[in-house]
Design a protein around this ligand. Structure first.
Ligand code: ADP
Ligand code: MG
Length: 506
């Protein structure tokens, strides 16, 4: 009996030793895995670093590239497309105007009534109409007949019961979110389709003319008065609300910017003989590139895997389409090099599965246990419950990626201000304003900003605003105002139709 007890006790001791040593081994392995992911996070932080000195280099590079792009076609990765828009709405416009926005997936029609008092916009939005998939690859006639029908139905509904008799043709602002080479403020030829469209008989043709013909086919009395892209619409609405607005930037699925260039810069660079006043330039800044941009292996892989490698480099670091996918790539790497996320989830291999709004939800999770992080990891990436420290790690990854994006975006904006002499530095463009000097005060400068990434992602917005102040310095920063606009891409086109119409301010 005694022997049995001794043997049992010895057995238990051995088992306890084995368990203990297994636990030690496991904890050593855990610690090693943890050290590995912390190292990867540190590398990510170093790779994404944006100290203010580097941001200033990006500012300078942006201003230099803007010059080069204006100077000659193909002179820069920035296309710097002339829009022939010389007049921005001032708030004095009167009358009723229509707008049509043909975007990536939706088509929208709206009407504004302007009372000449800036505040009296009555915008009426027709619900977004999805563009039927088959029309995206059909013929121009079918595509434009579809939007012309939307327009006609909308006009009939809006004007039903209205006693005012139509004296002049209705005026329409057309926002077309694809690359166009403008030939005037109301016409331009499609350069190429993007976003899954391929209506082959349209390429190279005048976009306004196609729409105008379709409108006529439907028997609608309406004139396409202006043709713009969405950034120009945003600038128009910004300027309508506040005449100090000189530039507009979109941070949505993609990113782009436009600004008001001085007449002499346009004449000198483009060889135009005259221009009446300044002109709005569509930068197509998503394609900006500079060796000063902090690039990581994740960015390089994302670009290589994309359908347009070496294209839209700035956009791939900044816009809503890509931020979530950078985070996915970092988590995948960490998961492959350690077991802190458990076995590698097959979902981590799926491109764009982690959408940016989900990334934002994790980043901005303020619950004590980071339950939102756990939920997104589980529901979207099929990563089962992970400890708090790992959830925290994910929040840190989101923070690094968004902070870099927002700070680079801010540098881009200051680059525009530098080009037009509004950054308070005297800049390349020879800006003569000097803060603090007695007679030459820095002018108030407004930049209109629109797009879901800016409006709905608080951390992105705060990092962007913070970086603006850092780059500009405390003396200049108060003169530069970032203003959010809403639906400028559509409303702005109607406002431009108004400011380009002879009857609106007369
Ligand atoms: P689009 O650019 O497609 O015209 P929006 O300007 O509305 O449309 O921007 C939508 C994009 O903004 C989404 O694709 C997404 O990337 C981003 N976005 C929307 N909501 C959020 C959010 N809450 N947090 C972060 N990004 C968001
Ligand atoms: Mg948009």
């Amino acid at each position: 009996m005694g022997k049995v007890v001794v043997a049992l006790a010895a057995g238990c001791a051995v088992a306890a030793c084995v368990v203990a040593s297994m636990m030690v081994e496991r904890s050593v392995r855990r610690r090693r895995a943890w050290r590995r992911v912390v190292r990867l996070l540190e590398e990510l932080e170093e790779g994404c670093a944006t100290p203010v000195g580097r941001l200033r280099q990006v500012v300078d590079a942006m201003a230099v590239e803007m010059h080069a792009g204006l100077a000659s076609e193909g002179g820069s990765k920035l296309k710097m497309l002339l829009t022939y828009v010389h007049k921005l709405p001032t708030g004095k416009e009167r009358g009723t105007y229509y707008a049509l926005h043909l975007g990536g997936t939706n088509s929208r029609v709206l009407r504004v009534q302007l009372g000449g008092q800036r505040s009296t916009i009555i915008g009426r939005d027709l619900d977004r109409q999805p563009i039927p998939q088959n029309l995206m690859t059909s013929t121009s006639e079918e595509l434009f007949d579809f939007v012309a029908t939307l327009l006609k139905d909308f006009v009939e509904r809006e004007e039903k019961g209205s006693i005012t008799t139509q004296q002049e043709s209705r005026e329409l602002g057309f926002t077309f979110s694809f690359p166009v080479k403008q030939t005037s403020s109301s016409s331009g030829n499609l350069i190429k389709w993007t976003k899954g469209f391929s209506v082959e008989d349209m390429v190279g043709r005048d976009v306004s003319e196609c729409l105008q013909q379709a409108i006529s086919r439907k028997g609608l009395d309406m004139r396409v008065a202006v043709l713009v892209n969405d950034t120009v619409g945003t600038l128009a609405l910004g300027h309508y609300d506040d005449e100090d607005t000189v530039a507009a930037v979109i941070f949505g699925t993609g990113t782009n910017a436009c600004y008001l260039e001085r007449a002499d810069a346009i004449i000198k660079c483009q060889g135009l003989l005259t221009t009446s006043g300044g002109m709005v330039v569509n930068m197509e800044w998503g394609n900006f590139w500079s060796s000063h941009l902090p690039r990581t292996s994740y960015d390089i892989d994302l670009d290589a895997d994309s359908p347009n490698p070496n294209d839209q480099g700035f956009e791939k670091m900044i816009s809503g389409m890509y931020l979530g996918d950078i985070v996915r790539r970092v988590i995948l790497q960490m998961s492959q090099e350690s077991d802190v996320f458990g076995p590698v989830s097959s979902k981590l291999h799926v491109p764009f599965i982690l959408r940016t709004h989900l990334m934002a939800a994790m980043h901005e999770d303020d619950s004590p246990n980071l339950t939102e992080v756990a939920r997104v990891l589980k529901d979207t990436l099929e990563i089962p419950d992970v400890p708090f420290s790992v959830r925290r790690l994910v929040v840190n990854i989101c923070d690094v990626v968004t902070r870099r994006a927002a700070r680079l975006a801010a540098a881009g904006i200051v680059g525009i201000l530098k080009k037009i002499g509004r950054d308070g530095s005297g800049g390349i463009a020879g800006g003569k304003t000097k803060v603090g000097s007695k007679n030459k005060m820095m002018r108030r400068t407004v930049v209109a900003v629109e797009g879901g990434l800016y409006t709905d992602y608080t951390m992105f917005r705060e990092y962007l605003n913070e970086a603006m102040e850092e780059i500009l310095g405390e003396d200049v920063a108060p003169y530069v105002v970032i203003k959010m606009t809403k639906d400028g891409s559509g409303i702005g086109a109607a406002l431009l139709a108004a400011s380009h119409s002879a009857s609106s301010t007369g």
